[in-house]
Structure formats: structure tokens, C-alpha cells
Design a binder for this molecule. Structure first.
Ligand code: F0G
Length: 471
């Protein structure tokens, strides 16, 4: 793939140095720890990074969700929050901004992405149905399965190989989609989803052409298309960088075009909403919208606030505008790529090419001496914390390994990844340089790293609460 060129154009002058496009107005001190302290903290946490207190983390790359820094305009908007139970002005502003960017007819506010998913699938799915997606995110899959439906991942083959270069590794495999429809029948597929960017598949973008083609296939059968739009702005910007014909199109136009092929979307505003909480569900279907609002009232709240305070909706309305600013997106993608490029230079095998919000290290390839049954991703997460107080997350056999409840035998996950997700507008380049320096030390010592065993685990979602020990 051609090398991506990130350049900043300020008043007609081109700069190669991409600066953080903000000044810092309010700061949160980082509590420094020593290696000896971190060793003790890890032991107390049973080597599970989820048990480590945030104040004991120097650079927190656990997630990009809900961890964004809000702008002064967002904080100002918070003060405008209209907390009326019904008919809040904040909802009007929220709805107007979403309609302007996303273009859907109905906007249903929820407290976060998974609440939108639960309502959508409750209304659209019945037991035995099949929902295709490029890759379902875990909460999306869980919400599909909770309805007794089957979640099918149909990402292109290249999307499953960390080392292969492809500009749009999040694309859906059209042939597999056609085959699935032919096999199970249209009546079993209530909707199809595409996740932009494809988080479970390494944060990889989906091309406009692919969205268009998926829609074409679905239209033949009358199947609606929904986008899981959490990182829609990053996807739109990667289309601008990588897809022919979009280099001169404003990102907002690209985002609108992406949405124009869909019948609705789910959104976690904790990502590209640049907010700390919130989400929404959109649809063009009046009948579905009515059913969704009825369910919303049952568990989230009245349709003009759903699961949020008025001030949250205000922050999101401003955040959705700011996230589409190209100065911001240049910096955002350049920061992720900067980390990726340096880790690659150190020798780390990473998911190629870097996507929008995170770098995914292939721990199986980085630590070939640790068998997947001894969790190489866990070993790397632990060492990153020990060395630099950096918190990443294992996305491998700890998270997705399948344990046979009768025999206790475990089947490893397809990949052993460690995700370093970058919170939006939170860390500067020197923070990222510090992460790179810590990674360099980890890489040097990699052959000495040891695997782990699980000493205590829950029956599901075990990664959050499992206890570990050195194998
Ligand atoms: N869809 C995708 C693609 C996501 O990445 C997430 C959350 C959700 C849906 C659910 O949204 O958290 O607001 O309920 N991803 C977070 C992460 C948790 O760390 O990647 P939510």
C-alpha cells in the first residue's frame, strides 16, 4: 500500500510536523509509580489489569471509549443543558446535529452504544434469525445472541491476517454475504450491519465502495443495512486518505455519503461523539421507531433524553461537529500511525496497516516461545505495565478462548492481540514517545517473558475478573 502522507496545511504553507490542534486549559496530574511499586500492584491485582486502579496507571491505553478530553466549547455547552423531563431544548440541538450529519429520520437517545443495540435487536430479531456484520463487537454479538439470533462475521479474508496489507481490511466479503442469504433465506435475515471502523478486526476501515456494494446486494432482497457508527469520523477520514476520488471531499460529506446507503445506525458517542457517556439509535422506518421508543421508555427514559442528562446531549452535539474537523482528524490518525510506525521499527509485529483508534500488537508472533494456552497477550500486557505503567488490553485467548464446561479443556482464540487504544485529545506526542521507549525495553527483554495460567475465572466474560499466576 502506498505510504500515507500526513501533512498540515496552514494558510497555504505545508508542514510535516503535525501538532496537537489544541491548547491545554485544564490538566489532570499523572501519578508516577516505580517498577517495584508496580510489581506489588500487579501481584495484588492477581495480574489482571482490570483490577489496577486508574491512578496507578501512567499512560492508560485500555480503551478509547468514554476517555476523550472534552473541549472548552463542550464544557460551555454542558452549562446550557436543559434538564427538562420532556421536550428538552438540549434534545432538539442533539437531534438537529445528528440529522444534519447522519441524515436519518428518527433519533433515539440512549445512555451508550450497547443500549441502542439492545433496543434495535429486541425489535428486529427473533430466535433463529441471522445477523451478518463485518465483525460484531462483543456487546453487539452478545445483544444479537441474547435474542436467540446468530451473529455471523463476514469480513474479507485479508481482515483476518494481521500482517497482510489492504487499505480497507474492514470490508465485508460480498460473496460470503450472497452465499449466506442464499443459504439461510432472506426471511431469516432481519438486518445486516457494518461496523465502521471495524474494532474487533483491528480498527480497520470500510471503503465507500464496499458499503455501496453491500447495500446493492441487500437491496435485491429487501434487507435493511445498519451501520455500527462508533468511529464513523475516523472511517470517513481514512476513506479520504485511501480511497480514490475522495481526496478533495470534505470529511463531513464523506460521512454523510456513508450514512446515505444505510437505513439506520447504532452509535456510542463515547468514541467519535467525543463525549464521556451517551449514544443513540437511528432509523428511517416510522413503524420501527415507534416500537423502539416504546422500549426506550421502559428502560432508558423518555424519548427526549433516553439514557442521558440534557448536558450530555449538549456535549455530544458539539463533539459530533468537532470530530469532523480535518485538523483534528489529521492529528488523530497521525498520532495512531506514529505509534504504529515506531513499534514496527522496533520489530513489533502489529496489525497492518494501522487503523484509526488503536495499535494492535500480534502477541503470538512477538512471543513465539509462549504457547497460546499460556496467554502471550497477557504476558505482554503485564510486562508493559511493569516496565512503563502502561495499560493495554489483551484481545486473545483470555478474552475469547472457549472453555468446555465439562472437560475444562480450552480452545484458543484465532488471534492473540494486545490493543493499545488511544484516548482522543488526551495524550501528547511526548506521552506517545514514552510509550515507544517502554515498548523498546519490553522488546529487548521479550525472550525472558513468561506465560500465565488462570487460577480463578467466571463462566462468561472471564477476562474482567480472572486471577492469573505465572505459568
Ligand atoms: N460497537 C463498537 C464497534 C464498539 O467498539 C463498542 C464499544 C460498542 C459498540 C459498544 O458501545 O461501550 O458505548 O456500549 N467499545 C469499547 C471499546 C468498549 O473499548 O472498544 P458502548
Amino acid at each position: 500500500m502506498e505510504k500515507e502522507i500526513h501533512q498540515l496545511n496552514i494558510a497555504g504553507t505545508t508542514f510535516r510536523t503535525i501538532i496537537e490542534p489544541f491548547k491545554i486549559k485544564s490538566v489532570e496530574p499523572i501519578h508516577m509509580t516505580t517498577r517495584a511499586e508496580r510489581q506489588k500492584i500487579l501481584e495484588v491485582a492477581h495480574y489482571n489489569i482490570f483490577f489496577v486502579k486508574a491512578e496507578d496507571v501512567i499512560i492508560d491505553l485500555l480503551t478509547d471509549s468514554g476517555t476523550s478530553a472534552m473541549s472548552s466549547e463542550q464544557w460551555a455547552a454542558v452549562m446550557r443543558g436543559d434538564e427538562a423531563y420532556a421536550g428538552s431544548r438540549s434534545y432538539e440541538r442533539f437531534e438537529k446535529k445528528i440529522k444534519e450529519i447522519f441524515g436519518f429520520k428518527h433519533v433515539i437517545p440512549t445512555h451508550q452504544g450497547r443500549a441502542a443495540e439492545r433496543i434495535l435487536f429486541s425489535v428486529m430479531c427473533k430466535p433463529g434469525d441471522v445477523v451478518p456484520n463485518n465483525n460484531h463487537f462483543d456487546t453487539t454479538r452478545a445483544n444479537v445472541e441474547f435474542q436467540g439470533a446468530i451473529a455471523e462475521d463476514l469480513v474479507i479474508r485479508e481482515g483476518l491476517d494481521p500482517q497482510v496489507y489492504h487499505p480497507f481490511k474492514g470490508n465485508m466479503d460480498l460473496e460470503r454475504l450472497e452465499n449466506l442469504i442464499a443459504k439461510v433465506g432472506r426471511e431469516k435475515i432481519p438486518l445486516c450491519m457494518i461496523t465502521v471502523t471495524n474494532n474487533s478486526g483491528g480498527g480497520q476501515p470500510v471503503s465507500m465502495e464496499n458499503i455501496k456494494q453491500v447495500k446493492k446486494v441487500l437491496s435485491k432482497h429487501g434487507i435493511p443495512l445498519y451501520l455500527d457508527a462508533c468511529r464513523f469520523a475516523e472511517n470517513a477520514y481514512l476513506i479520504k486518505l485511501r480511497e480514490k476520488g475522495y481526496q478533495n471531499t470534505p470529511v463531513k460529506e464523506i460521512a454523510k455519503e456513508m450514512m446515505s446507503y444505510a437505513d439506520g445506525c447504532t452509535m456510542s458517542a463515547k468514541k467519535d461523539g467525543l463525549a464521556n457517556i451517551g449514544g443513540f439509535l437511528c432509523t428511517n422506518d416510522d413503524h420501527l421507531a415507534q416500537q423502539e421508543r416504546d422500549l426506550l421508555i421502559l428502560t432508558e427514559g423518555f424519548p427526549t433524553y433516553g439514557g442521558m442528562a440534557g448536558r450530555d446531549m449538549e456535549a455530544i452535539a458539539v463533539g459530533l461537529e468537532e470530530v469532523l474537523k480535518e485538523d483534528y482528524l489529521i492529528y488523530r490518525i497521525a498520532e495512531t500511525h506514529y505509534l504504529g510506525k515506531h513499534l514496527e521499527e522496533l520489530g513489533f509485529p502489529i496489525m497492518q496497516p494501522p487503523g484509526g483508534h488503536a495499535i494492535y500488537i500480534d502477541a503470538k508472533a512477538a512471543l513465539p516461545h509462549i504457547h497460546p494456552s499460556q496467554y502471550p497477550g497477557q504476558a505482554l500486557v503485564s510486562e508493559l505495565y511493569l516496565t512503563g505503567g502502561i495499560r493495554g488490553v489483551e484481545i486473545g485467548s483470555v478474552m475469547f478462548g472457549k472453555v468446555d464446561q465439562e472437560t475444562g479443556k480450552e480452545t484458543p482464540a484465532a488471534m492473540e492481540l494486545v490493543r493499545l487504544a488511544i484516548p482522543r485529545r488526551v495524550y501528547t506526542q511526548s506521552h506517545i514517545d514514552y510509550v515507544i521507549e517502554a515498548c523498546k525495553k519490553v522488546w529487548k527483554d521479550r525472550e525472558e517473558l513468561k506465560g500465565f495460567k488462570i487460577t480463578k475465572q467466571a463462566k462468561f466474560l472471564r477476562h474482567f475478573t480472572a486471577h492469573f499466576d505465572m505459568a
